[in-house]
Each structure stands twice: as structure tokens, then as C-alpha cells.
Design a protein around this ligand. Structure first.
Ligand code: 5GP
Length: 204
């Protein structure tokens, strides 16, 4: 009855580190059709198990600044003293094709991306169940030493202070529950009238 093509959604997911955002994003791209994850560029050092081109495009400062000069980013931010940025090529053509793009970025990048892409953007903030739980999750991370842990906790508090700038808040106390909430948000947002382009209603 209704045949329509749809614009893709830019699903921004932010959270302090340790709230389970990475797991959620991975579940979204593996379990939901028509969804992809934007790979950011960063000057942060590669961690063990990370793969260039899969987790991030790892760049040095000079390369990153050159990419800014070349206008390759939708947004950039300095997080924990390193540059991070969302690449236009990871997002723009995909939403035109009707593919939804998950963008795992901080609150600074979220503000910029919304300014550029407006209604195409849906913003979700993932909260840990409590600060105690967050502390224990961050404390358990093998790659963090004590000083990094303290810094990450203070950055986490800063990130959390921006949760009310988001459209949806999801508390991640149980991953399946949180995943189902994010999935419901995505499915509802896909149905919004203004995202349907070239709609044809046939009432015959
Ligand atoms: P991590 O270094 O632990 O992977 O990420 C640190 C923080 O940087 C996370 O909060 C993550 O969401 C944020 N981040 C990752 N990529 C980008 C990006 O392209 N832009 C912005 N603004 N933040 C990012």
C-alpha cells in the first residue's frame, strides 16, 4: 500500500567509557539489518586487540591535522588529550542510500554533528547503573593503570554531566534489556514520516 524509500538515520550513541557502549554498538550492527558503524579517525595509540580500519583509523597528529585541512571531518574533538573525528565518507553517502549509521562519539562531537545534520540525527545516551558499578567496570580494565583510571573516572563524570542534551537515555544494567531499548528507539525512528522520501500511497 505504501511504497517508500527512506533516508538513513545517524544514531549517535554516547556514554562514559565503561558503560557498555562498545558492546551495544557491536550488537546493533550484527543483529539489525541495514545498520553500519562509522569508523572514526584518532591520534590515540592503538590498544592491544584493536585493528586499524576496524576499530579506528589510527593517525599521527600531522596526518590528523592534514585531514582537518582537507575538510574530511563532520566533527572533531579532543578527548583525553587525543584527537578524534567522524569522517564524512563514513556517514554522508550511507544515509543518502538509506543505511543507518551508528556513531560512537562524545558530547562535543554530538553537538557538532547535530548542527550539520539536524533531523537525520537521533541521540542516545547510555548510562551505567551507578557510579560504583562504573568504577568497578573501569577498574577491571586490563589496559588502564591507576593514574589512567582516575583520569577516566573524572572524564566519565564530565561526560555524564551532558546526558540531558540527548533525545533518549538508556540505563545499561543488563545488556539484553539495554539492547532491546535501543532497538525499539531505532525501529520507531525509522518510521517517522519526514524520513520517508519518494513515498507513494496506492489506495486502489
Ligand atoms: P576510546 O579511546 O576509549 O575508544 O574512546 C574515548 C571516547 O572518545 C569515547 O567516549 C568515544 O565515544 C569518543 N570518540 C570516539 N570516536 C570519536 C569521534 O570520532 N568523535 C568524537 N567527538 N568522539 C569520539
Amino acid at each position: 500500500m505504501l511504497n517508500s524509500k527512506r533516508r538513513g538515520i545517524v544514531l549517535v550513541i554516547s556514554s562514559p567509557s565503561g558503560a557498555g557502549k562498545t558492546t551495544l554498538c557491536k550488537k546493533l550492527i550484527t543483529e539489525i539489518k541495514g545498520v553500519t558503524l562509522s569508523i572514526s579517525a584518532t591520534t590515540r595509540k592503538k590498544r592491544k586487540n584493536e585493528i586499524h580500519g576496524k576499530d579506528y583509523f589510527f593517525k599521527n597528529n600531522e596526518e590528523f591535522l592534514e585531514m582537518i585541512e582537507n575538510n574530511e571531518f563532520i566533527e572533531t574533538a579532543n578527548v583525553f588529550g587525543c584527537y578524534y573525528g567522524t569522517l564524512k565518507q563514513e556517514v554522508l553517502s550511507k544515509i543518502e542510500e538509506g543505511i543507518d549509521v551508528i556513531v560512537d562519539i562524545d558530547w562535543q562531537g554530538t553537538r557538532q554533528i547535530e548542527k550539520h545534520l539536524g533531523q537525520d540525527v537521533v541521540k542516545i545516551f547510555i548510562l551505567p547503573p551507578s557510579i560504583n558499578e562504573l568504577e568497578s567496570r573501569l577498574g577491571n580494565r586490563a589496559s588502564e593503570n591507576k593514574e589512567t583510571f582516575m583520569k577516566r573516572m573524572s572524564e566519565a563524570r564530565k561526560e555524564i554531566s551532558h546526558y540531558d542534551e540527548y533525545d533518549f537515555i538508556v540505563v545499561n544494567d543488563e545488556i539484553e534489556l539495554a539492547f532491546n531499548k535501543v532497538k525499539s528507539i531505532l525501529y520507531s525512528e525509522r518510521l517517522r514520516g519526514f524520513r520517508q522520501i519518494e513515498s507513494k500511497l496506492n489506495l486502489d
